[in-house]
Ligand binder design. Structure first.
Ligand SMILES: *[C@@H]1O[C@H](CO)[C@@H](O)[C@H](O)[C@H]1NC(C)=O
Ligand SMILES: *[C@@H]1O[C@H](CO)[C@@H](O)[C@H](O)[C@H]1NC(C)=O
Length: 352
């Protein structure tokens, strides 16, 4: 009796599956973040299926907090795809003629939040069909950094490290030597597939260029490092050389700063001298300094000066800087204090 019942049930189910069937098998799809996932769902109809065609894609997000969502719908010969905010503008039927038997969709610009189970439901009464696709979004390895952790001296122990910034697990590592014999030192072989190689008792033959390739199911990335194993003394010499170089550079910078300052002070002084000439004040005999360039550059404006006056300038010393006293000489009682001299010089020129 029970056996007969089962037979009848089986026949009933078989009847309907014969009418409408989805030909795409259930599957799992893995894609990298940012890529497009093609979710296939092809179906065949039979003459018994007479009702209107309805196609519905549902998403059960991996995040259990979220409920199942309709993401795209084909109904009454129209497409509706504005149901789920997270997928807005990123889900499309791939066929321009869905009713011919292709309900596949593309989800573009994949995000980690797109991970979940996608369900394609096709209905044309009395036929119904249903397929599930699991979509996993993975992050490709990227931003890998390779570096030597420790000092690269003969006889030393140090580590070679390979660190990707991001990338979905599981990650596979592979170290290779790119230069010279292109063979990794034999003592490293046990670690050639690990993110860190522990180098013991380093020798100069270890020097060279190495690469580390990190791979996962959706992509790979590579970095390179240059290893230069040197004798300890060489290293000390290099450091000493660097220190001497830095000291020399500091001295040079100091000299440049000193010269610039001096030059600026001299320029300031030239302006002062200029006032004196405009006001036709003879240069004070007691002055002890001026700039040599003064004679050359301002010669044309010295029309009223006699050769004897000039003498006072030409004898002066180049290196000395004017004293504060000079700026407050009785010949120019209106001169402001030294600090504001630069701005006041404009005033004097205008007045003249
Ligand atoms: C769907 O995505 C695949 C790549 O995954 C692409 O080859 C195909 O052209 C896309 N189809 C449409 C209609 O965008
Ligand atoms: C280190 O390597 C040198 C040869 O490169 C060898 O002579 C020495 O014994 C090694 N030292 C240790 C502690 O293994």
């Amino acid at each position: 009796m029970a056996l007969l019942l089962r037979f009848v049930l089986l026949c009933g189910v078989a009847d309907f599956t014969r009418s409408l069937s989805i030909t795409t098998p259930d599957q799992m799809i893995e894609k990298a973040k940012g890529e497009t996932a093609y979710l296939p769902c092809k179906f065949t109809l039979s003459p018994e299926d007479q009702g209107p065609l309805d196609i519905e894609w549902l998403l059960s997000p991996a995040d259990n907090q979220k409920v199942d969502q309709v993401i795209i719908l084909y109904s009454g010969d129209k497409i509706y795809d504005d149901y789920y905010q997270d997928l807005k503008g990123r889900v499309h039927f791939t066929s321009s003629d869905v009713k011919s038997g292709d309900a596949s969709i593309n989800v573009t610009n994949l995000r980690l939040s797109d991970i979940g189970t996608y369900q394609c439901k096709v209905k044309k009464a009395p036929g119904v069909g249903n397929k599930k696709i699991q979509l996993t979004v993975l992050v490709k390895p990227s931003g890998i950094r390779c570096y030597v952790d420790g000092s690269e001296e003969i006889g030393n122990d140090f580590k070679l490290k390979c660190e990707p910034k991001e990338g979905s697990l599981p990650l596979n590592y592979e170290w290779q030597k790119l230069s010279n014999s292109q063979k990794l030192p034999t003592s490293w072989l046990s670690e050639m597939n690990s993110p860190v190689i522990s180098v013991k008792n380093a020798s100069t033959e270890y020097s060279g260029t190495y690469s580390c390739t990190v791979t996962n199911r959706v992509g790979s990335d590579q970095c390179q490092l240059h290893l230069n194993v040197v004798p300890p003394s060489n290293r000390a010499g290099t450091i000493a050389g660097a220190i001497v170089g830095i000291l020399l550079a500091l001295v040079l910078i100091g000299l440049i700063v000193f010269c610039c300052r001096k030059k600026r002070r001299e320029e300031k002084y030239e302006k002062e001298v200029h006032h004196d000439i405009r006001e036709d004040v003879p240069p004070p005999k007691s002055r002890t300094s001026t700039a040599r360039s003064y004679i050359g550059s301002n010669h044309s404006s010295l029309g009223s000066m006699s050769p004897s006056n000039m003498e006072g300038y030409s004898k002066t010393q180049y290196n000395q800087v004017p004293s504060e006293d000079f700026e407050r000489t009785p010949q120019s009682p209106t001169l402001p204090p030294a600090k504001t001299l630069a701005s006041s010089s404009l005033f004097f020129l205008d007045a003249a």
